[in-house]
Design a protein around this ligand. Structure first.
Ligand SMILES: NC(=O)c1ccc[n+]([C@@H]2O[C@H](COP(=O)([O-])OP(=O)(O)OC[C@H]3O[C@@H](n4cnc5c(N)ncnc54)[C@H](OP(=O)(O)O)[C@@H]3O)[C@@H](O)[C@H]2O)c1
Length: 253
C-alpha cells in the first residue's frame, strides 16, 4: 500500500512550504498529492522536489466535481494516507455589507466546506499514526469586525478540529489546528488588496517556513493547537480570559 500525504493549498504560501517540509521530515512518504487551482507553481514543485513523487490535482475546491476527482483517485489507488494538510483558504477583508456575495460564499466554501469535505474523503484511508493539519488562524480566537466571515470560518475550523481530534483519539489519528497570526504569503495581498496593512500586523508578521516548522513540531508533540510566536500565544490567552464583547471592540478600533 502506497503511503501518501495530501496537501491542499499546494500552489503557494504555507501549503507549498508544507510540501517541502513533508518531503524532508516524513521520509516514508512515497507520494504527495498536491491540490490547488494553479498547475504551474505545482509543476515547479515537481521539478524542485526529487525524493518524493508529487502528483498534481489542479482543482477548484469550490467546484463539486473536484471532490469527485479526488474521491475517484483515492478509490483507485487505495493509498495509506499518512498526512492530510488542509491548507487551502481565502480571506477577503471589509465590512460584511461591503464584500460581494461571491466573495462571502467563496470564503465559506473553501475555508469550511472544502476542508470538511476533504477530511471526510481522506479519513477512511488514514490509520493509527496518521496526522491531520487543519489551517485555522489566530482569527479563530475572537470575532473580528471588518473580517467577520473569515474569522467565523476559522472559528468553525478550530471548533471542528478540536472535536474531531477527540473523536479520533482511540484510532490513533491526530488532529492539529494551525492558528498563526499574520504570515508573509500571497494571502495578505489577496485579503487586503490595495489597503494598507496595519503597523501592528506588519510588526508581528511571521515567516511562512517557520510557521510550518512550528506546526510540524507541535503536531509531533501531540499538540491540539499550534500557535506560532509569543504575540499570538498571548493573543489567544487574552481572548480566553477577557469578555468577548471587550475583545471585539478592541478589534474594531
Ligand atoms: N497568511 C496569513 O496571514 C494567514 C494567517 C492565518 C491563517 N492563514 C491560513 O493559512 C492557510 C494558507 O494560507 P497562505 O497564507 O499560505 O495563503 P496563500 O499563499 O494565499 O495560499 C492559499 C492556497 O489556497 C489555495 N486556494 C485558494 N482558493 C482555492 C480554491 N478555490 N480551490 C483550490 N485551492 C484554493 C491557493 O491556490 P490557488 O490560488 O492556486 O487555487 C493557495 O495554494 C489558509 O487557510 C489561510 O486562511 C493565513
Amino acid at each position: 500500500m502506497k503511503k501518501i500525504a495530501i496537501v491542499t493549498g499546494a500552489s503557494s504560501g504555507m501549503g507549498r512550504a508544507f510540501i517541502f517540509q513533508l518531503a524532508e521530515k516524513y521520509p516514508k512518504l512515497e507520494e504527495i498529492w498536491a491540490v490547488a487551482r494553479r498547475a504551474e507553481p505545482m509543476e515547479q514543485l515537481q521539478k524542485e522536489i526529487k525524493n518524493v513523487k508529487i502528483r498534481l490535482f489542479p482543482l477548484d475546491l469550490k467546484e463539486e466535481e473536484s471532490f469527485g476527482k479526488i474521491s475517484k483517485a483515492l478509490q483507485e489507488e487505495k493509498p495509506w494516507a499518512g498526512v492530510l494538510v488542509n491548507g487551502a483558504g481565502i480571506g477577503i477583508s471589509g465590512n460584511f455589507n461591503e464584500i460581494s456575495e461571491k466573495e462571502m460564499t467563496g470564503m465559506m466554501d473553501v475555508n469550511c466546506r472544502a476542508l470538511t469535505r476533504m477530511t471526510y474523503l481522506v479519513l477512511p484511508y488514514m490509520r493509527k499514526g496518521g496526522q491531520i493539519y487543519q489551517f485555522a488562524s489566530a482569527a479563530a480566537f475572537s470575532p473580528q469586525p471588518g473580517f467577520a466571515v473569515y474569522a467565523a470560518s476559522k472559528a468553525y475550523v478550530l471548533s471542528f478540529s478540536m472535536a474531531l481530534r477527540q473523536e479520533l483519539k482511540e484510532q490513533g489519528i491526530r488532529v492539529t489546528a494551525v492558528c498563526p497570526g499574520p504570515v508573509k504569503t500571497e494571502f495578505l495581498k489577496k485579503a487586503y488588496g490595495n489597503q494598507k496593512i496595519s503597523g501592528y500586523k506588519r510588526l508581528v508578521m511571521a515567516d511562512c517556513d517557520r510557521v510550518v516548522s512550528c506546526a510540524v513540531k507541535d503536531a509531533k508533540k501531540g499538540k491540539a493547537v499550534s500557535v506560532y510566536g509569543m504575540t499570538m500565544k498571548l493573543t489567544r490567552w487574552i481572548c480566553r480570559i477577557f469578555p468577548e464583547e471587550l475583545i471585539v471592540r478592541f478589534f474594531q478600533s
